[in-house]
Design a protein around this ligand. Structure first.
Ligand code: GLC
Length: 444
């Protein structure tokens, strides 16, 4: 690709971000996702920093509007307006004494990408500006990471738990679907499934109005997720109360890999502004790096998510398999094994890598959301991981192929990993933003 082609593509991507801009934050996609999402805004800021650094900072500070007084950062901050009252009512964040008064939010979180995004923005500032930026974001970050450990690592295992699949960002990924079927199918839903009554749900779904139903989760899965959400809501999002009644809690591999990296970023931020992280938190960071080992399955030669309750690994290979590379906390030998898996033809090495579920999995479906399609954010995370472990050629190949994919198919939400065709919402913000980031890395 020539320099001018790079520039044309970047222009097109910047335009997508401009269209999705809502002032101080960006919607993931115009019709399908009208609110602000946590990890989306982090990825968006990573791209925006190349275009407009002040706007990139705003993207991240606007997330703090939603921070709960106990430190939680919610995965969604809702826009005001009557037409969205149903979205807000599904969550009823006001039931929790910790939720903010000024905005309505969800009651769960999403992968902790914020520290990485804050650092990425910091890299573009001069030393004085960077320090003042870090100072501004430091306390909210510390409170968030403290919340993750206090509320979500109740047995002090070093691995935090997720209470709803939406928290992982990989909504309908196979390990969660299998846990859901085991522990979280209400009796009425089993009846619905048997009698094929689930079609009624279409009336309430926004996503299938905008995207072909075959590219989204099934109605049964959507209903089960809603039922799981209602259980959290009933306990006013209090983790202890939820855990006392539910077996549906997972030590998710992607989430914990991202957390470990985020802890490193937060430590770097603290060092740069000469702040002392609370000692207890530093101990927790160290424990997490070691605890990742508990998710390793020697027989299968890979990491898996684990059920919090049974402590059994959930042996489903997905894109999460490659995420420990991003954590930076695995040995070189283990990293080499993961890279081998990534290069296998029947698994991740498809025409348009990396599929969210490997080709040889019985869950693989090239159309369906997080059960096969290729996503740019997970490619970006794996590229970072490959670079960290010195696999520069592999990182470059994945970078080039990802850019080619966007050139060919436009910045969609996800892509068919066999044909490269666009799927999900068109003009998706994080696809645009992260591709800008990949293009800029290519040029410098
Ligand atoms: C979907 C994705 C999630 C993302 C959200 C908004 O639910 O699974 O990761 O944050 O859309 O883009």
């Amino acid at each position: 690709m020539s320099d001018s082609q790079n520039k044309d593509l970047e222009k097109q991507l910047v335009e997508v971000l401009r269209q999705n801009d809502r002032g101080s934050w960006t919607v993931p996609a115009a019709d399908l996702y009208p609110h602000q999402w946590l990890w989306d805004s982090c990825f968006i800021a990573v791209g925006l920093r190349h275009i407009d650094i002040v706007r990139a900072q705003k993207e991240l500070t606007s997330l703090l509007r939603g921070q709960w007084s106990n430190g939680m950062l919610p995965n969604m901050i809702f826009v005001a307006g009557k037409e969205y009252s149903r979205d807000r009512e599904i969550w009823r964040s006001y039931l929790s004494p910790y939720s903010p008064n000024s905005v309505a939010t969800s009651g769960i979180t999403q992968p902790p990408m914020l520290a990485e995004a804050v650092m990425a923005v910091g890299e573009k500032l001069n030393k004085t500006e960077r320090r003042s930026w870090y100072r501004k974001m430091y306390q909210p970050l510390v409170r968030y990471h403290e919340w993750l450990y206090t509320e979500r690592d109740p047995h002090n295992e070093g691995l935090v738990i997720n209470l709803h699949p939406y928290e992982t960002g990989l909504d309908n990924s196979p390990p969660w679907i299998s846990e859901l079927r085991k522990h979280s199918m209400p009796w009425w839903l089993i009846g619905f499934e048997r009698l094929h009554l689930d079609g009624v749900v279409n009336m309430f779904r926004r996503d299938t109005r905008h995207v072909p139903p075959g590219q989204r989760m099934s109605n049964i899965e959507a209903l089960a997720y809603w039922a799981a959400l209602r259980r959290l809501r009933r306990k006013a999002y209090n983790s202890e109360a939820i855990l006392s009644r539910s077996l549906f809690a997972v030590q998710d591999l992607t989430f914990n890999s991202i957390l470990i990296r985020a802890n490193d970023c937060l430590s770097t931020i603290a060092a740069e502004i000469k702040a002392e992280l609370p000692e207890e938190l530093v101990t927790k960071f160290d424990n997490s790096r070691k605890a990742l080992d508990q998710l390793w399955d020697d027989q299968e030669g890979q990491y898996f998510s684990r059920s919090f309750v049974s402590h059994k690994l959930i042996e489903e290979e997905t894109i999460a398999t490659l995420m420990p590379l991003y954590s930076g906390a695995v040995t070189r030998e283990r990293a080499a094994r993961l890279v081998d898996i990534m290069k296998k033809r029947r698994r991740f090495s498809l025409s348009w890598p990396l599929p969210s579920v490997p080709l040889n999995s019985h869950h693989f479906d090239p159309y369906k959301y997080w059960q096969g399609p290729t996503w740019v954010n997970t490619n970006w995370l794996v590229i970072k991981g490959l670079e960290r472990y010195g696999y520069l050629e592999e990182a470059k190949a994945l970078k080039d192929r990802t850019i080619e994919l966007i050139e060919k198919s436009g910045p969609s939400e996800y892509f068919n990993p066999l044909s490269g065709e666009p799927e999900g919402a068109p003009n998706f913000s994080w696809t645009a933003a992260l591709t800008i980031d990949l293009l800029r890395q290519r040029n410098h």
